[in-house]
Design a protein around this ligand. Structure first.
Ligand code: SAM
Length: 302
């Protein structure tokens, strides 16, 4: 949905000689690169919580001198980051939520059930936040069940949580395969081996990653600050992959609309085309929403 994101961001650049964009989720840098290539004279603040992604942003900064500012930060700190940089008004802010394929492919990060790695799952492995293994070792059974049910939409959440707690009494769950084994053992007998579609551990891994990184709270915090960070006429584009994330975005956009702070540019969320889904099956649940800060916002808040 790169083209749609750019089409929605580009008009906000019209009124600035040097339009400035914030890519809150730099990842592999596809969106930042597209902004630099397609919006003349643009500059990008390239932000990511993952130091590996920031290293890629630093490489892009060498390719585009004076046009890219890499920042290692969680996007929940958006307002402070912009204040520290003192770079002036922002034309647009983009969020492409979730994980990059590079993070999923790196088994050592613990995000994927397919590879063997420690159960870390932190976007920022240099932070002192608890890992997924620590969370599973310390949370109560009910808390684990709630996480898996709420963030993973997993109907077997209670059985999985019970199995995790049973196993951790014998020995802590430390690796991705420890968790996969617990999830498989918790499958109801009649579901084993015949549940088509996704792997039985998919939803549990997703739920834990969301809990470890407090994804929904971070997004809520960031969006609350984002509207004051763009200039009047500036745009905010969010691509989400999870119903909980999309609810946060929808709710925030509705709040801005009611308060006269921004208008929604996407009456219904945009979704990927069949061609995009065929090329990248992970994009099938993507939803894109965009909003524009009200042009007389300064007058309203004065
Ligand atoms: C789907 S990828 C972005 C892909 C990117 N648009 C591209 O074109 O390559 C999501 C990225 O967002 C980062 N991320 C997720 N939540 C974050 C947060 N709260 N703060 C900062 N970065 C975050 C992840 O580390 C990951 O690198």
């Amino acid at each position: 949905m790169l083209d749609e994101t750019l089409d929605l961001l580009a008009p906000a650049a019209r009124e600035s000689a040097v339009p400035l964009f914030v890519d809150c989720t730099f990842g592999a840098g596809g969106l930042s690169r597209a902004i630099l290539q397609r919006i003349p004279g643009s500059r990008v603040i390239a932000l990511d919580a993952d130091p590996h992604a920031v290293a890629r942003a630093e490489a892009l900064a060498l390719e585009y001198p004076r046009r890219v500012t890499p920042v290692h930060a969680n996007f929940a700190r958006l307002r402070d980051v912009l204040a520290e940089l003192e770079m002036g008004g922002v034309s647009g802010i983009a969020y492409d939520l979730g994980l990059s394929s590079l993070q999923l492919a790196d088994a050592a990060r613990g995000f994927a059930f397919a590879g063997e790695g420690d159960l870390d799952m932190r976007l920022d492995p240099t932070s002192d936040a608890a890992t997924a293994a620590q969370l599973l070792a310390t949370a109560r059974e009910g808390e684990i069940a709630d996480i898996i049910f709420e963030f993973g939409d997993e109907r077997n959440a209670r059985r999985i949580a019970r199995e995790i707690v049973k196993r951790r009494e014998r020995s802590p769950l430390r690796t991705t395969s420890d968790l996969v084994a617990a999830v498989l053992a918790a499958q109801p007998r009649n579901a084993r081996g015949r549940r088509g579609g996704i792997h039985p551990a998919t939803r549990t891994f997703l739920a834990l990653r969301i809990a470890v990184n407090e994804d929904l709270d971070r997004l809520r915090q960031s969006l609350q600050e984002a509207i004051a960070c763009v200039k009047p006429g500036g745009r905010i584009v969010v691509i989400s992959f999870h119903s909980g994330e999309d609810r946060v975005v929808k709710h925030q956009f509705a709040g801005w609309r009611r308060g006269g702070e921004a208008q929604t540019l996407t009456r219904k969320p945009l979704t990927p085309t069949q061609t995009e889904i065929a090329a990248n099956p992970r994009s099938r649940s993507a939803k894109l929403r965009a909003a524009e800060r009200t042009r007389d916002a300064l007058r309203r808040s004065a």
